[in-house]
Design a protein around this ligand. Structure first.
Ligand code: MG
Length: 267
């Protein structure tokens, strides 16, 4: 099942995305947030609408998380390219929900940063309250679905500050979308690709995670309660690099789609 969030009749709605004659359309709107479904998307009340071609929809970020928890250095080759050791346990940090940006929205480079980098990542949506997951507990019931995340970063400020709140937290530094899909298997491997102006810059696969998704979720759940709708960014593969005003960054994951965002300088 796939769903998006979009502007419809002057307000934001979650919509079911279905293929009609091979073309994706929004066919229904949900009458409740999917994040209140306890993972049962099929049972969520919905209303049929005149179908809208997905490509024509005014998309919003398909998430409204209470928090965004990110994993740093979760791919060996990415840790190496930044000159870091492979961490002994998951390295987590947060981005504020105020950094969220819609598919197609403009990423604004702040004046105080000289270097801003894309980081294409698999995003994981939490389906139900999650606290102190046991080692023998299956994590699948806690996962609502998957999406694309661009963990946009002011690299110079990240290196300067020692902790990452500022470097990762600017408004527009968390593009997410274009939709949330279930049925993907990060343990088996999901390709994550980043293009800048059409050129492939990152081509990773979640099978190369240093810490598998169940390890990551357990680790986070022992620190903080994860709420339905919370978003986990699972780390970026090698190939990070800078973008400047006028560039377009696009993260893509098969089964989810493309997350394009133009880049501009803050005025
Ligand atoms: Mg990252």
């Amino acid at each position: 099942m796939r769903y998006c969030r979009f502007q419809f009749n002057q307000s934001a709605h979650y919509g079911l995305v279905e293929s009609v004659s091979g073309v994706d359309h929004i066919t229904r709107i949900f009458l409740q947030s999917p994040h209140l479904s306890d993972g049962d998307l099929e049972g969520l009340p919905s209303r049929r609408i005149d179908r809208i071609p997905f490509a024509d929809a005014s998309l919003l970020a398909p998430v409204e998380p209470s928090k965004i928890v990110c994993v740093g250095r979760n791919y060996r080759e990415h840790a190496a390219e930044l000159g870091h050791e492979v961490p002994a346990e998951p390295l987590i940090f947060m981005k504020p929900p105020s950094a969220l940006l819609s598919p197609g929205g403009t990423i604004l480079r702040p004046k105080i940063s000289e270097r801003t980098d894309y980081e294409g990542e698999l995003g994981v949506l939490i389906s139900r309250r999650c606290r102190h997951l046991r080692d023998d507990e299956d994590v699948h019931p806690y996962i609502l679905g998957y999406t694309c995340v661009n963990d946009f970063t002011a690299r110079d400020l990240q290196n300067k500050d020692g902790q990452w709140t500022r470097a990762k937290g600017f408004d527009t530094f968390c593009p997410v979308g274009p939709l949330v899909a279930d049925g993907l298997d990060p343990w088996a491997g999901i390709p994550v690709e980043t293009r800048v102006n059409g050129d492939v810059r990152q081509s990773g696969n979640t099978r190369d995670f240093i810490f598998a998704l169940d390890v990551v979720l357990r680790y986070i759940s022992r620190v903080m309660t994860l709420n339905p709708g919370d978003l986990i960014a699972t780390g970026t593969p090698k190939g990070v690099g800078p973008v400047v005003a006028g560039d377009v960054v696009e993260i893509s994951i098969p089964g989810i789609g493309q997350l394009p965002n133009p880049v501009a300088d803050e005025s």
